[in-house]
Design a protein around this ligand. Structure first.
Ligand SMILES: [Zn+2]
Length: 388
């Protein structure tokens, strides 16, 4: 169970392709997982996801624990059956949301107490309860409870790392279901020595896969790439590596070059709902008046249902008129964009041309200003904090 077979390695970088066998199907890596926070990738049915070529979907334990409750999902046969997705699923432990969304939190050695962002109710997660919740949900890949500190705060990262490692051991001991792959999570902020220490500690616990957490949360891209450079070489080569919460196209290309196999991010779906289409040239904002009478599809050459049937002018009209179809069509395109990107990345790794592809891709892809991205993220966090 959970065999990871490496099928090709790039001679000029740490990129590799592989097959990760899960109870609900084989994952071809590198793979991108669209995020279905509330057991749904917003605006898409599982049929849409399958049509887009998605293989792995992520759901958030924190949200499902609060509503409808993980016990209810268990009573419906688990998350696969409850949400009607037959393929591989991944759940996080809920830790990240507790540390980013919950209104109040108090961490101690045993766990974390917090108030729900929905109704202010008091709750507590421990390593054991995080595993129990994820066993109720029944995803193929599950995560250890970890603490996610401000990546720039050295003292806090040192304290949190000790807890994260102790919790990882307790999560491992608490696991009862052998058909779920429990991944350890490397933390350590932007501090190379802490990242190395974390990777080595978790490596010795022998997890079936490893995640790199606590990145893309306020540090610069250069800091994020530097942390991957020091962390990945410390992880065992024959286990999958998952970069949590990272999914900007340019970060995926850079992550793959550094040996990452699994990615997830709300970015493609959230950007879509804001009227943004991902293209190889960068983001195209449908709210921009330039597209009022533009007959071209969202991204010329794309094989998705949206691009095959509709003009930018029509999509812009739907956004302006606040029609819900706008959200569905833009999301359809952006998810397909990500899946096609991953298909292409795997093909280039197999043929040994990944580094040339990376250069071409990064030259063409206009990267949004980091300040703008951080402001958008902060605005979203505030909105979620207000329980909207
Ligand atoms: Zn498309």
């Amino acid at each position: 169970m959970f065999e990871y077979t490496i099928t090709a390695t790039d001679p000029n970088s740490a990129a590799r392709t592989g097959i990760f066998a899960t109870p609900h199907g084989d994952l071809l890596t590198p793979v991108f997982a669209p995020v279905g926070t509330q057991a749904t990738v917003k605006t898409l049915t599982p049929r849409d996801l399958a049509e887009a070529g998605a293989t792995l979907v992520l759901a958030n334990t924190y949200h499902l624990y609060l509503r409808p409750g993980t016990g209810l999902v268990r009573d419906f046969g688990g998350l696969h059956s409850f949400m009607g997705w037959p393929g591989p699923l991944l759940t996080d432990s809920g830790g990240f949301q507790v540390f980013s969304l919950a209104q109040m939190r108090k961490v101690d050695a045993d766990g974390v107490t917090f108030r729900s962002h929905i109704d202010g109710g008091l709750h507590r997660f421990t390593p054991e309860s995080a595993i129990a919740s994820q066993e109720d949900l029944g995803a193929d890949i599950i995560m250890c409870l970890d603490e996610c500190p401000d990546p720039l705060d050295r003292r806090y990262n040192e304290e949190a790392l000790a807890r994260t490692h102790a919790w990882a051991a307790r999560c491992q001991a608490a696991q009862r279901q052998p058909d779920q792959a429990l991944f350890g999570i490397v933390q350590g902020g932007v501090f190379p020595d802490l990242r190395v220490e974390s990777a080595r500690t978790l490596r010795d616990m022998d997890f079936p896969g490893y995640a790199v957490g606590g990145l893309s949360v306020g540090e610069t891209k250069e800091q994020m790439y530097a942390m991957l450079d020091v962390t990945v070489p410390e992880l065992p080569a024959h286990k999958p590596r998952y970069l949590m919460g990272v999914g900007a196209p340019e970060d995926i290309v850079e992550g793959v070059a550094r040996g990452i196999d699994i990615f997830d991010c709300v970015l493609p779906t959230r950007v879509a709902r804001n009227g943004g289409l991902l293209t190889r040239q960068g983001r195209l904002n449908l709210r921009n008046a330039t597209y009022t009478a533009d007959p071209l599809p969202g991204e010329p050459g794309c094989d998705c249902y949206c691009c095959q049937h509709f003009s930018r002018a029509y999509l812009r009209h739907l956004f302006k008129a606040e029609e819900t179809l706008a959200l569905h069509l833009a999301t359809t395109h952006n998810v397909r964009f990500m899946i096609r990107l991953m298909d292409e990345i795997r093909a280039h790794i197999r043929t040994g041309t990944f580094m040339a592809f990376r250069e071409t891709f990064l030259q063409a892809y206009r990267i949004p200003n980091q300040a703008v991205r951080h402001a958008q993220r902060a605005a979203h966090k505030k909105q979620m904090g207000a329980g909207k």
